[in-house]
Design a protein around this ligand. Structure first.
Ligand code: SOE
Length: 395
């Protein structure tokens, strides 16, 4: 039997990914699979992954499916076989890499949060706007927007399914550092991560609350808490000196954040982001209450959306569980038959597929760096509110 050339191979879109840990692995899965499940105008070529040390980066290239590796991200910006730079590093390097990549004419996909400070985010958003005028596009990786149930929820809200939004209630609950002996990794160091639960997971629910409702927060008040002040040092706690001979270092970020806000549409929003919700592994939950109904979502049941229609007679009303796996739900038609479900990694495949389509059509990808800047401003306002300590009233 002769083997027929599929002829399906299209001119490659060369990608360089900077960083290869948890997000690098999730993005690599997306770069490997997006063109296999979505009809894309070009085929992403996973040309080079960048890291700090040769042995680990070489191993990551082999394991994650990258054709080459480099220990200097600046080198790859000069390569003619790189059209896209995908930033999967800790937040302290996002601005430097993104600004250089945009300057070099590379499209940029940058993990969240956009930056560690508002000042950096403002620089990035301004550079992105200028680059877009030259046809160089960019996006920030709030991947949960591309969860089918949340993309569908946004459609329902936009179609008026809940009516006027009165409440937004968002939580992001994890428990991976409840053990005080969990080491002092980069996510627990302000100079690397910018903030703790607030920016790492709070950023997601701030973005989602605005994405689902089309409304923007105009003011917030909040409180940041740290439960464990010092943790064991590891090799990744580089640059930290053990004090007093103890092999521990100071935690410099929040462990938990609670805050509330008002939107430009008059809704009242409450948020909780914590890494101390013992037993909750990745419980990202959001509920929207409106005059005509409500929507509720929990990422630990990520293929389902709870919908309440207040226009139904009370005796027949109740939250309906919609299994968001039909061919005409967002994204799901490209995967499996109804009921088979998707996982965390699929949100990144959707993110990459949309980004590639936008880059090839010259369409501004979403969320933009400007959207990322808006989230950064909310995070900053929460930090300032907490630092002021205003609002606490003794009982
Ligand atoms: C935190 O543990 C984290 O890895 C976030 O950094 C990611 O953005 C989120 O998708 C999963 O949890």
């Amino acid at each position: 039997m002769s083997v027929h050339e599929t002829g399906a191979v299209r001119p490659p879109l060369g990608v360089a990914m900077i960083g290869y840990a948890f997000m690098g692995a999730a993005h690599s899965q997306a770069w490997r699979n997006a063109h296999r499940f979505f009809d894309l105008p070009v085929r992403p070529a996973m040309n080079v992954v960048c890291g700090r040390t040769e042995s680990a980066t070489r191993e990551a290239a082999e394991r994650l499916g990258w054709a080459g590796w480099s220990t200097d991200w600046r080198d790859v910006l000069a390569r003619d076989d790189v059209q896209v730079v995908d930033i999967c590093t800790p937040g302290d390097t996002h601005a430097e890499i993104a600004l250089a990549a945009l300057e070099a004419g590379k499209h940029v996909l940058c993990e969240k949060p956009l930056a560690n400070t508002v000042a950096e985010a403002e620089q990035m958003a301004a550079a992105a706007a200028a680059a877009a005028a030259r046809g160089v596009l960019s996006s920030v990786g709030f991947s949960y927007r591309r969860t089918p149930a949340l993309a569908y929820a946004r459609e329902l809200v936009a179609d008026g399914a809940v009516g006027t939004v009165r409440h937004i209630r968002a939580q992001y609950l994890q428990d991976w550092i409840v053990d005080p002996d969990f080491p002092l990794v980069w996510r627990l160091q302000k100079d690397k991560a910018g903030s703790g639960a607030l920016g790492d997971i709070g950023a997601h629910i701030v973005d989602l609350s605005q994405f689902l409702t089309g409304q923007r927060l105009t003011e917030v008040a909040g409180h940041l808490t740290r439960f464990v002040e010092r943790r064991p040092l590891t090799e990744s706690s580089s640059g930290l000196s053990a004090s007093g001979g103890s092999r521990t270092g100071e935690v410099t970020v929040d462990d938990a954040a609670v805050f509330f806000g008002r939107t430009d549409g008059g809704a009242l929003a409450t948020y909780e982001a914590t890494r101390f919700a013992t037993g909750r592994k990745n419980a990202m939950r959001i509920e929207v209450n409106g005059c005509a109904g409500s929507l509720a979502f929990d990422f630990e049941s990520m293929n389902e959306l709870q919908v309440y229609d207040a226009t139904v007679p009370a005796r027949d009303a109740g939250f309906r569980r919609i299994l968001v796996t039909e061919p005409d739900h967002p994204y799901t038609g490209s995967w499996w038959p109804p009921g088979h479900g998707l996982g965390y990694e699929h949100t990144f495949v959707h993110e990459v597929a949309d980004f590639v389509r936008d880059v090839c059509s010259g369409t501004a990808p979403t969320p933009s760096f400007a959207d990322g800047l808006q989230v950064q401003r909310v995070l900053d306002a929460v930090e300032r509110s907490s630092a002021d300590g205003a609002g606490w009233t003794a009982i």
